[in-house]
Design a protein around this ligand. Structure first.
Ligand code: XMP
Length: 524
């Protein structure tokens, strides 16, 4: 079996908001990589043994007293190094060139002229100008700029605003670019990262869905041996892929507990059972707990309180069911790489709690189970690819994210069964039309929200005094920031008419035009 981790790129994170995108582009080029914080212990970097190193951008300035200087260790491996944005300024500073905190800050599109026929940019271009020079459309976002070339380095890119927009020492394979190759606005960004990791670092494209799936299965099998494993299956992408993967790895040693909270989407519970229990033959225990959840939520209207009630009850029910299964040693969880990075980052304790997220599978320590986390190394898009590889239906693996508390946070205020039933149907109409109009996969997340206020409507000759449904649809790459989707007016009109015509309990449909920030994606 190919060792998918044998060749690897290290990404040192200096705090850029785009660092995860660098990792995703490297992996899309077929090469394994990991992100380490820029102040990570040198021993970690040494034991990682990278075949190439990428230095991310970051909010700091090398002209101030640099808080996180470039660690010397990165040059000890004699492997190629690529500095991006702040990473370039760090390299410039390290090699003795001048970096000025200038009035030349640049945010947005720029045209870069490639120079010096570098291995990094050779034959990669968007346009050719009248003099025959290759030009690239790129995304810039920097305050400082490099004012002189370090000794031994040559110029490889320039813009009108930043005459030194890239430099290289090709004997030592050290490259630096001022623009952000990792963002999709830089049209040739993926090609440049591909060039760096595949041609300059000479890594092979071993990181492929099929091999990733086999690797995850083999590792899980090795970790679990002949023990039994419990998994909280939610129907979401991550736990579904874990279920499919562990089913292949350990078959009947896996038992899934699927708690139907009554706060799931239209027919979701039946679909989960059809996919896992009926088609794949996974052992799934379905717990119909709608009554318990509705009872626990009666009279509760505060969003945080609702989240706590739902999360707490979920754990109680899960534990109660788990206690019926004897001889379990492991608990499987759908932790993915961004969770790993985030919990390393949030260890600093600086982040504010905006919402207490509840994830199916986040269970109390006293259960004394060891963890199996087969997706720990994967980004969400890789989880999806692996899911497809394992034969899960596209509608399941490409599904938009759904919060742990489910419709509980999409019914504002008190949760009631009639509200949940109305919301489920309205949401289903919205999603069905998005799919029918080929829009579902073009947006990041879409759903309906139930607003428990009444408004007057007129249907035929009658008056309808009923509730309001809000449609929410956003586009985002990381769910940290988002813009509202500019859905076609005719499409919104159709969805609105269908919802009001088909549901007597709705008199009005509105569309949410708030971005994140300042709003959040969910309403509660
Ligand atoms: P917000 O509303 O914070 O949501 O902008 C960002 C993303 O997170 C999802 N979300 C959750 N996911 N448990 C989850 O697993 C939760 O409690 C939760 N709350 C929000 C939300 O759907 C969006 O994709």
């Amino acid at each position: 079996m190919t060792d998918i981790h044998a060749q690897r790129i290290l990404i040192l994170d200096f705090g850029s908001q785009f660092t995860q995108l660098i990792a995703r582009r490297v992996r899309e080029a077929g090469v394994y990589c990991e992100i380490y914080a820029c102040d990570v212990d040198v021993a970690h970097i040494k034991s990682f043994k990278p075949d190439g190193i990428i230095l991310s951008g970051g909010p700091e300035s090398v002209t101030a007293s640099t808080r996180y200087p470039l660690p010397d260790v990165i040059f000890e491996f004699a492997v190629p190094v690529l500095g991006i944005c702040y990473g370039m300024q760090l390299l410039a500073n390290y090699f003795g060139a001048e970096v000025a905190s200038a009035d030349h800050s640049e945010f947005g599109y720029a045209t870069v002229r490639a120079r010096g026929h570098s291995m990094l940019l050779k034959d990669i271009q968007d346009h050719i100008n009248d003099e025959g020079h290759g030009l690239l459309d790129v995304w810039m976002s920097h305050g400082d700029r490099v004012e002189s070339l370090p000794d031994g380095f040559k110029l490889i890119a320039s813009t009108d605003n930043a005459p030194i927009a890239g430099f290289a020492n090709e004997e030592r394979n050290i490259y630096a670019l001022q623009f952000h190759v990792e963002v999709t606005h830089t049209r040739q960004g993926a090609a440049i990262i591909h060039r760096f990791v595949r041609d300059i670092c000479r890594c092979e494209a071993n990181w492929q869905p099929k091999s990733i799936a086999s690797d995850c299965i083999a590792k899980a099998r090795q970790q679990i041996g002949d023990a039994n494993v419990l998994l909280g299956l939610s129907g979401g992408v991550d736990s579904s892929v874990v279920a499919a993967l562990l089913h292949q790895a350990i078959g009947t040693q896996l038992t899934c507990v699927f708690v139907d909270t009554g706060l799931l989407r239209h027919q979701e519970g039946d679909q989960v059972m059809a996919t896992f229990s009926e088609s794949l033959g996974v052992r799934v225990i379905r717990v119909n707990a709608e009554q318990e959840f509705l009872a626990a939520l009666e009279g509760v209207d505060d969003p945080e309180r609702k989240r706590k009630v739902i999360g707490g009850l979920f754990i109680d029910i899960f534990e109660r069911e788990a206690a019926k299964i004897t001889d379990v040693r492991f608990l499987a969880q759908g932790t993915i790489y961004p969770d790993v990075i985030e919990s390393a980052g949030s260890a600093t304790g600086k982040a504010h709690v905006i919402k207490s997220h509840h994830n199916v599978g986040g269970l109390p320590e006293h259960m004394k189970l060891e963890l199996v986390e087969p997706l720990r190394e994967l980004f969400k898009d890789e989880v999806r690819l692996v899911g497809r590889e394992l034969g899960l239906p596209a509608e399941m693996v490409d599904r938009h994210p759904f919060p742990g508390p489910g419709l509980g946070v999409r019914i504002l205020g008190e949760v009631r069964k009639d509200y949940a039933d109305t919301l489920r149907l309205a949401d289903h109409i919205f999603i069905e039309e998005l799919r029918r109009h080929d829009l579902y996969n073009k947006v990041s997340q879409a759903f309906a929200v139930f607003l428990p206020v009444k408004s007057v409507g007129v249907t035929g000759d009658g008056r309808r005094y009923a509730h309001v449904i809000c449609l929410r649809c956003v586009e985002t790459t990381d769910f940290m920031t988002a813009i509202w989707s500019r859905l076609p007016e005719d499409f919104l009109d159709l969805v609105s008419r269908r919802i009001i015509n088909e549901l007597d309990s709705v008199s009005r449909v509105v569309y949410d035009i708030s971005g994140k920030p300042p709003a959040t994606i969910e309403w509660e």
